[in-house]
Design a protein. Sequence first.
Length: 137
Amino acid sequence: MGNSIMGQRTHQTIDHETVCRVVDDFYGRVQRHPTLAEPFKRVKDWPEHIARLSHFWWITMGGERYRNDQYHVLAKHMPVGVTDALVDDWLTLFRTTLDDHLTPEQTEFWYGYAEQLGQSIRMLAQMRAGGQAGPPR
């Protein structure tokens, strides 16, 4: 497998400081994005939001839990009125941010988790809207 990072824990491939830096940069970009900024106006405490999401990504990719937060990702996104277009924009911006901070291999590793999350949010939004979830993109 050579220097592949698949199957390794996050802290072996992407350190916690890097996760925090990526999340901070990403949400800075979200706040300026033409379509993503509006739904994220609901966030009242950006430093706490970024700290919480840094922890979410850290544990999602196998890092050690260091906060007692509970994550209800799908439920949190439904009141925002998530659409396929918003998920697409979120994924595109996330990928660009990852590319700016990580090696290509690290980007693929983390982006795989983001795609899974995006697909779950997309499917739930479609079910809530009364439509049938389409095939994975």
